[in-house]
Design a protein around this ligand. Structure first.
Ligand code: TXA
Ligand code: MG
Length: 314
């Protein structure tokens, strides 16, 4: 029996038995398990080789999700109202029922309602939330298709729901609250401006610390195996036939075969949706190094640049 298909009832059976299921979301695929069961949650950490200090996000539907938090600030409710289901994760004080295995010992929990019809149907039929990090080995590129999940975690996962390619393509934006003020811990599918339009000015704190609040804050993350050079100007590049380019809104005067487009027209949303799949393609290609120029810091450009910095050779 193939491990990959569209059978929601089968996913439910696996999850009820504390198994692991790959789930599609609009951002990236998740590696999901019952987020209230220690045993199930620990399987996630093991499968990903994820350090135990890196907490998981809980996923559920809008009408259920806040039961796993307490003292929800008004601004969090406003953001939930504006952006769920969607690429927003809210970090809130956790309710007692959420095990510390899920939150890596923290008293807070990340919550998200993903915007994918298949996964929403699944979540509606569960009375527990799904803990789900991105379904990639720790530190490697996040998966944006069911095939990516199978390629990397095929042996560890019990079943993968195939919901096609992720249309946002980069992870959710994570927002927490410190003394009542909203703080962005990770830039993602929602821009700072979109958040500020709803709740006013927010601080962005996505620094590359070694004691991160979010693993996306670690300085090496989302990385391909081949060296990726992030540059400000193509004039700085020593070009040769082993160099492949990831391009945004421009063409270069090099052989066609070495030009790969994040977006030929310079569309930020298209670039985000292609980013990880293109990194994989180039990682598996005959080229030895990947060169990409920083995108303008507008729209999703800031979040894409954040991922590129972490993927790049320092
Ligand atoms: O788009 C997404 O968010 C995807 C899909 C599957 O929902 N999930 C995802 O999960 O990217 P993950 O585990 O790869 O990244 C979640 C980040 C981690 O860096 C983690 O450290 C942070 O969220 N996080 C989770 N709980 C937190 C908490 N209580 N406080 C601070 N950061 C937290
Ligand atoms: Mg991840």
């Amino acid at each position: 029996m193939s491990k990959v298909s569209v059978d929601i009832q089968r996913a439910i059976r696996v999850l009820n038995e504390n198994g692991l299921v790959g789930i599609p979301t609009e951002t990236v695929y998740g590696l999901a398990a019952n987020g209230l069961e220690k045993k199930a949650v620990l399987k996630i950490f093991k499968a990903k080789e994820r350090p135990s200090f890196d907490p998981l996000i809980l996923h559920s539907t809008q009408n259920k999700i806040f039961q796993w938090a307490r003292d929800v600030p008004f601004k969090a409710k406003q953001l939930a109202e504006a952006f769920w289901p969607g690429p927003l994760t809210l970090v809130l004080p956790k309710s007692d029922i959420v095990p510390f295995e899920t939150t890596s010992g923290l008293d807070t929990v990340g919550l998200r309602v993903p915007n994918h019809p298949m996964t929403l149907q699944l979540l509606e039929q569960l009375d527990f939330p799904l803990a789900a990090p991105s379904a990639n080995p720790f530190g490697y590129i996040s998966p944006t298709s069911a095939q990516h999940v199978v390629q990397q975690l095929g042996d560890q996962v019990d079943y993968v729901l195939d919901g096609g390619s992720c249309n946002v393509g980069i992870e959710s934006t994570i927002v927490g609250f410190e003394n009542g003020d909203a703080v962005i811990y990770r830039l993602g599918g929602l821009t700072q401006k979109m958040i500020e339009n709803v709740i006013g000015v927010v601080k962005v704190q996505t620094n590359l610390s070694s004691n991160p609040k979010a693993s996306g804050m670690l300085s090496v993350h989302y990385a391909p195996k081949k060296p990726l050079f992030l540059i400000n100007d193509f004039a700085d590049v020593i070009d040769d036939e082993s160099t492949a380019y990831m391009l945004f809104g421009e063409r270069l005067d090099v052989s066609e075969g070495r030009q790969f487009f994040l977006s030929e027209e310079g569309d930020f949303y298209e670039a985000a949706s292609r980013l990880y799949a293109l990194m994989r393609t180039l990682d598996d290609s005959k080229y030895d190094r990947i060169v990409v120029k920083k995108l303008p810091e507008e729209s999703l450009g800031a979040a894409i640049n954040d991922r590129l910095v972490r993927a790049s050779v320092k």
